[in-house]
Design a protein. Structure first.
Length: 565
């Protein structure tokens, strides 16, 4: 029994990711009074994307798993790039993903006074100085990892002079870029982040929360650790690009003499056929390559929400990819698999035709309309059924008919019989064409004994088609999306700009689609499976006068076929 328990413990330990292993070890040793307190710290300089969703799920997930807390905190230290619009969108996205920070909504700007006071103390200790060098001059003097940087000529200023200049910086006496407050750390550290980094820069800019109170703003490395410390964060989870910043994070907190959380780095999410840089996403929006931050082709959370992705699917995707220590690129098909898997369980089935071909059933009673029963979701019996109208004229998909069909074409062709989903067997008798030879209508007959699509005499019909009644339907616009880029790694092409790799066919708009009338009163963002066509949702711009559907994802799942046995 003892060996069995030991094996179980080892298996449980092996199933934990490396962050969970760190946390559980800390809890076992009573570190931080056995607390777990994380934070999600976005900069309000753009909309969140799928990479941020991974971080949100990780930070809130660790807090939830270990009965801890997770703060939502905005790192609003750069007023020239920040906007209330971004703050509002981030709050909406985190809530939509299903996470709650309680009363712990914070901003870096909440702590500006405290940060300033601590910077003054650093000057008094001789650990910071006011520098008059420009950013270009600092860069030219920085050296390389193996060659020391040159000391700033202002590095030896007296404490008194530095205190005076820093106070005058705060008072607004100096123009932007004319001075910075720099930490006196090292001139020869192989870690370039430690080469006397800037702590404050001058920015005469309106701040969305503090207005014109401040004209000096803390740099990220100085501010971030202090924010974590003030809030009592235990595990500061960051992506790998901050690994080289960790020694500086620790140095600042040690020199400031404040509580020091533990920074832990994990691999960021990189997704094929997209870009994750907020700068690049902003350019796509500003230069009108997309319709906005919530364009359904964008990797933003708001874009995915508009396209019809569910919060459950994004959380499942985050769980599926796991937490790694090395950066890699995740196939976007894996994300689509998670979306498809979730929608299969929750999406109501309806029938829609997006490339309509009229069918007239010549032996069906003129003027008669009947209601046929259809299943709402075969994966969920509680979803029940609905009634759909059927009459003499219907629409089918144009691709479901072929005039000169091969033997293995099991859909409609002259003289062939097919099943209409939930309706009847029909046989094509005649093909009507216009003056250009384009097929405009099919004349068919139906078997009235095959109601519900059931064979009355045991004969087998291989083809089953979806359809929509021609006189009782909703006319709709359908937006079909493809990959935003033509290559899997748009950042990896050294010869072409990522903008040159944008897919010109990433959006197709179909204005002549027809959907069964059961969708008439559906709410915006409602999920549907258009039978045989894929998953769709109702766009936010939709109205009763003009229904608009976005194609969320198709029915075929290449990732599952390759990875789920």
């Amino acid at each position: 029994m003892e060996n069995k328990n030991e094996n179980t413990l080892e298996e449980n330990k092996a199933s934990l990711n490396f962050i969970e292993q760190i946390i559980e070890n800390d809890l076992k040793n009573g570190k931080n009074n056995s607390r777990v307190h994380t934070r999600f710290p976005p900069e309000p300089n753009g909309y969140l994307h799928i990479g941020h969703a991974k971080s949100i799920c990780l930070n809130f997930g660790m807090a939830e798993k270990y009965n801890g807390l997770c703060n939502l905190r905005f790192d609003d230290t750069n007023p020239t790039k920040e906007d209330v619009e971004y703050v509002d969108s981030i709050i909406e996205d985190v809530k939509w993903l299903g996470f709650d920070w309680g009363d712990r909504l914070y901003y870096a700007s909440d702590y500006f006074d405290r940060m300033y006071d601590l910077a003054v103390e650093m000057i008094k200790k001789g650990k910071a100085f006011v520098c008059d060098l420009s950013a270009e001059e600092v860069s030219a003097m920085r050296g390389t990892p193996s060659i020391p940087s040159q000391a700033s000529p202002y590095r030896t200023r007296s404490v008194e002079e530095n205190l005076d200049l820093f106070a005058r910086m705060k008072a607004g006496e100096f123009p932007d870029g004319s001075k910075t407050l720099r930490a006196k750390v090292s001139l020869d550290s192989p870690n370039m982040q430690m080469r006397d980094p800037a702590m404050y820069r001058i920015r005469h800019a309106h701040h969305h929360r503090t207005g014109s109170k401040w004209c000096i703003y803390p740099m990220y490395d100085w501010a971030h650790g202090l924010e974590d410390s003030i809030e009592g964060i235990t595990h500061s989870l960051c992506t790998l690009e901050f690994e080289n910043h960790r020694p500086l994070y620790d140095w600042y907190l040690n020199e400031a003499g404040v509580y020091r959380p533990q920074q832990i780095e994990f691999a960021r999410l990189n997704l094929s056929y997209t870009v994750m840089s907020k700068r690049k996403l902003l350019e796509l929006v500003q230069e009108k390559f997309v319709s906005g931050w919530d364009d359904p082709r964008m990797p933003t959370i708001s874009g995915m929400r508009r396209r019809g992705y569910t919060p459950e699917s994004l959380r499942a995707f985050s769980d599926r990819i796991g937490i790694a220590k090395r950066n890699n690129v995740i196939d976007v098909a894996m994300l689509e698999h998670s979306v498809r898997e979730d929608l299969n369980k929750r999406a109501k089935r309806v029938m829609a035709v997006i490339d309509p071909l009229k069918v007239t059933i010549k032996n069906y009673p003129e003027g008669h309309v009947e209601e046929l029963e259809a299943v709402n979701n075969p994966e969920d019996e509680s979803a029940g059924t609905r009634m759909i109208p059927f009459s003499k004229q219907i629409y089918i998909e144009r691709e479901d008919f072929m005039e000169d069909a091969p033997k293995k074409f099991f859909r409609l062709a002259p003289g062939r019989e097919v099943r209409l989903r939930y309706a009847y067997f029909i046989t094509c008798e005649e093909v009507i064409k216009d003056e250009n030879g384009h097929i405009v209508e099919l004349i068919c007959t139906y078997d009235p004994l095959s109601k519900g699509g059931k064979s009355p005499d045991g004969r087998k019909v291989k083809g089953t088609l979806h359809w929509v009644d021609a006189t009782n339907n909703i006319k709709a616009q359908v937006r079909v999306y493809d990959r935003l880029f033509t290559v899997a790694d748009p950042d990896g092409d050294k010869e072409k700009s990522y903008k040159e790799l944008l897919n010109p066919d990433s959006l197709s708009i179909i204005d002549q689609a027809f959907v069964e009338p059961s969708v008439a009163n559906a709410e915006v963002l409602s999920y549907y499976q258009f039978e045989r066509l894929g998953y769709f949702n109702i766009d936010k711009d939709s109205s009763k006068e003009k229904m608009i559907f976005n194609k969320t994802v198709g029915l075929k799942d290449s990732w599952a076929k390759e990875n789920v046995g």
